[in-house]
Write a protein that binds this ligand. Structure first.
Ligand code: PMP
Length: 439
């Protein structure tokens, strides 16, 4: 990533400060290093989930309670990462635990349908405006793969419009250009929030376009919200061309009771879900218009197959139902996101008061730190930020007992209260003060 030091600051200054922090981190986390070293003997890079790796080695998280996690060396952190949005319930929600235990008591791996999947499907259909019919998967990645398959078959077309900087799963990643392990769809890449370029592309490929796949807010690519006018124009263009509009709401569905689609009143043809909706258990779902989803109705001649041994596993189904009906109710969704909005306002006020080249983008309970004061509308606006300062932010937060993603991603859980928010704001203030010459 390009490194852009503030005027008058040597780019070496942040590199030197970072080297010192990395050395101190390594010294403080000997047990995590031991775990990492043992893991490298049996997994490439000691890792089975690329996004969790960072230099010099990642912390080994030994356990969690409420909104706190504990690493292998016994350090405790406030968890502001919230399992990249899947962990909205924290680490030990009693209602979800009870639902899981009750499901276990009824027996697992039942080799058949249960009443649970229809119950969870009913809750999801009632909650998200675009979803007439839904099907479950084990991950958001799978949900997107199935939604794209549904769209290409339904339209009889091959091309899929996606956006630079977007992430729809490990095999559907456009974070740093198309990933070499992406599935071989005929992708067209446009610029997020760039309506002119996007409409030109749609016009050029219109009758070959099966779907437009978009996150209503780019999530792991830096919490960059889509302009509502942009999404409305995509809605109109998709309809005009006979392509399907697919919202990837794997992350954004938690930003309003009925997802970002409901908050903006832009209703896609298909929508994909994941993360917290399975109560913290492995989960994904794709759903939408009845005529598109009915392709999977096994009673129909030529029905499309959609399989998955664990699609209806009772643990996920039970945890999801309990979470949505008893814990993450519409009122709780609103309250959590209001808390996030208030937190982000406080953080950005502190950055501005100090004239810092630092900001927090996002919506509600999801946000991302950026080491730049430039307005961020597209992933390339964020790409010129100072990578060294961003890394320092991560280590400084750890030093102050705050755990977040190495890339600066933050997702609040329901367990983050006023005291935790105040602690985080204090930690960011200390960072801005301690690193004043760099930010
Ligand atoms: N879409 C989006 C927007 C995501 O953020 C993610 C995961 N971070 C996925 C899809 C993939 O979900 P999963 O990790 O469950 O496969």
């Amino acid at each position: 990533m390009a490194s852009q030091a503030p005027v008058g600051v040597s780019p070496d200054a942040s590199a030197r400060a970072l080297a010192a922090e990395i050395a101190a981190y390594a010294a403080r986390n000997a047990k995590s290093f031991e775990c990492f070293r043992a893991a490298t003997a049996v997994m490439p890079g000691g890792n089975t989930r690329s996004s969790l790796y960072y230099e010099p080695f990642p912390l080994t998280i030994a356990g969690g309670q409420g909104c706190r996690v504990r690493d292998a060396d016994g350090h405790e952190y406030l968890d502001f990462l919230g399992e990249f949005t899947a962990g909205v319930y924290g680490h030990s929600d009693a209602t979800i635990r009870a639902a899981i235990v009750s499901a276990l008591d009824q027996g697992i791996n039942l080799s058949g349908q249960s009443a649970l999947e229809a119950e969870l499907a009913r809750i999801i259909c009632d909650r998200f405006p675009s979803i007439d019919l839904v099907r479950f998967t084990n991950s958001g990645t799978e949900a997107n793969l199935m939604a794209l398959a549904a769209a290409t078959v339904f339209t009889g077309r091959r091309k899929i419009l996606v956006f630079e900087g977007a992430y729809h799963g490990g095999v559907l990643s456009f974070s740093n250009g198309p990933s070499p392990v992406n599935v071989p769809h005929e992708f067209l890449l446009s610029t997020y929030n760039d309506l002119d370029r996007t409409l030109r592309l749609i016009e050029a490929h219109g009758k070959e376009l099966a779907a437009i796949l978009i996150e209503p807010m780019i999530g792991s690519g830096g919490c960059i919200p889509a302009d509502v006018e942009f999404l409305e124009a995509l809605r109109r263009a998709a309809t005009a061309e006979g392509a399907l509009l697919i919202f990837d709401e794997v992350m954004t569905s938690r930003l309003a009771p009925g997802g970002r689609q409901q908050a903006l009143n832009v209703i896609p043809d298909l929508c994909t879900l994941g993360k917290y909706l399975g109560g913290g258990m492995p989960f994904g779902a794709f759903g939408g218009r009845r005529d598109v989803m009915q392709q999977f109705d096994p009673r129909r001649a030529g029905a499309l197959p959609h399989a998955g041994t664990f699609n209806n596993n009772v643990v996920t189904m039970a945890a999801g139902i309990a979470g949505l009906t008893k814990v993450f109710t519409p009122a709780a969704v609103q309250a959590l996101n209001a808390r996030g909005d208030a937190l982000r306002t406080r953080l950005n006020d502190r950055c501005r008061e100090r004239g810092a080249r630092f900001q927090f983008t996002g919506i509600g309970s999801l946000m991302s730190a950026h080491a730049t004061d430039r307005v961020i509308q597209t992933p390339s606006d964020a790409a010129g930020a100072d990578a060294g300062v961003k890394a320092l932010f991560f280590f400084d937060m750890l030093n102050r007992g705050v755990y977040l993603a190495r890339k600066g991603f933050i997702a609040l859980s329901l367990l983050i209260g006023d005291a935790e928010v105040d602690h985080f704001v204090g930690a960011v203030e200390s960072f801005l003060e301690a690193r004043a010459s760099l930010v």
